[in-house]
Write a protein that binds this ligand. Structure first.
Ligand code: TXA
Ligand code: MG
Length: 341
């Protein structure tokens, strides 16, 4: 797990996105501090990616295992050429999907760019690097004003649900980070899709905010990496080492594809018709009464939090179609339901 040293408590402050606050946040990042910021997917926990010291702070704040590499966020696609050996496939994907909810895995550059390099901490020993140009005004402004590549995993304690609001970040990381830029709820609500484009064929490593169908429409057939078909374990040398089976977990236990709900359970519903027992269960939240998967994605983490009444509570989840964004929603739900380490 993260370094053995005790963490110095910080006074975490939530900042509204005003010009002086961007300056404050950018200065903090340049001084190797930690700033959480909203992206179109989820809130990230940002640090200066040119500094291993700054990135060490991320691992400590999240209690993140050191073998789990970080995504580097960039202001624009052109910046990718500074830090990576972009393949033709990577350039094609970047042109089509950036800015947006797609992370590209590419070979890391070993030569410095103008005397600077992304710190080795970011890749956790891999010879590839994960890059993403996020959409969304606050992320874009912070990247531009700080003038840094920002390493940013989701801003949650490792293994917990990703945050889609500033309050979620505060609840999980208060006292461990410097600032949280408050941009309200994230538009997409699910982490980015991760695509390995380090070779000539695209390989999907994580389902996410951009559907496989959308990716394939541009890039042609995409194969599924080991990471999304096998049961990931900490011991296996992983292609996307963060993809452990129990991840994105609430305290409550989660039961999937429920055909009925017990009176002791809460219900995470989807669509117009509710299942048997719904009238007597603890609480119901409907991800999308009209069966809209984008709406369901944006509500998913908030509703799991709202239904989570601690480790003795139970959440039954209605079936959700596997099409489009449904694949990513079901992926997160399977991880939420997986046996805990
Ligand atoms: O939407 C997102 O992707 C959010 C926002 C903040 O951008 N970030 C995010 O980061 O979800 P994180 O750290 O929670 O997930 C990053 C994933 C991990 O599973 C990690 O293993 C994988 O990306 N990853 C990072 N670098 C990699 C690499 N070089 N090769 C394979 N996988 C990598
Ligand atoms: Mg995460």
């Amino acid at each position: 797990m993260a370094g053995g040293k005790p963490i110095l408590m910080k006074k975490t402050q939530i900042l509204s996105p005003t010009d002086p606050h961007y300056q404050l946040a950018a200065q903090c990042l340049q001084d190797n501090g930690l700033v959480s910021f909203p992206t179109e997917t989820v809130y990230g926990l940002g640090a200066n990616a040119l500094s291993d010291q700054a990135m060490t702070g991320i691992f400590q704040a999240k209690s993140r295992p050191h073998f789990n590499p970080l995504i580097i966020h960039l202001a624009c696609s052109e910046d990718a050429e500074k830090w990576a050996n972009m393949t033709d496939l990577a350039r094609q994907a970047a042109a089509a999907f950036w800015p947006g909810p797609v992370t590209l895995i590419v070979p890391r550059r070993t030569q410095p760019y103008q005397g600077q390099k992304i710190g080795l901490m970011a890749s956790a020993g891999l010879d590839t690097i994960a890059l993403r140009v996020p959409d969304g005004e606050i992320a874009q402004k912070l990247l531009t004003i700080s003038n840094l590549p920002l390493a940013a995993p989701s801003a949650n304690p490792s293994g917990k649900l990703s945050p889609t609001r500033a309050e979620h970040v505060m609840a999980g990381l208060s006292g461990r980070i410097d600032y949280i830029l408050d941009g309200g709820a994230c538009a997409i609500g699910l982490e980015s899709t991760i695509l390995d484009v380090s070779g000539t064929q695209p390989i999907l490593l994580r389902q996410g905010g951009k559907s496989v169908a959308d990716l394939e429409a541009v890039l042609g057939p995409i194969s599924f990496g080991d990471k999304i078909t096998q049961d990931y374990s900490i011991a296996s040398p992983a292609r996307a080492p963060g993809m452990l089976s129990s991840h994105y977990a609430p305290e409550a236990s989660v039961r999937l594809a429920a055909q009925s709900v017990k009176s002791s359970e809460s219900l995470l519903a989807f669509g117009e018709y509710l299942i048997e027992g719904a009238d007597q269960c603890q609480k119901i939240l409907n991800l999308s009464p009209h069966g809209n998967l984008a709406e369901a994605a944006s509500n998913l983490f908030q509703y799991l939090r709202d239904l989570d009444q601690g480790e003795n509570s139970k959440i039954a989840v209605m079936p959700i179609p596997e099409t489009g964004l449904g694949a990513a929603i079901n992926d997160r739900l399977r991880r939420a339901a997986a046996p805990r380490h």
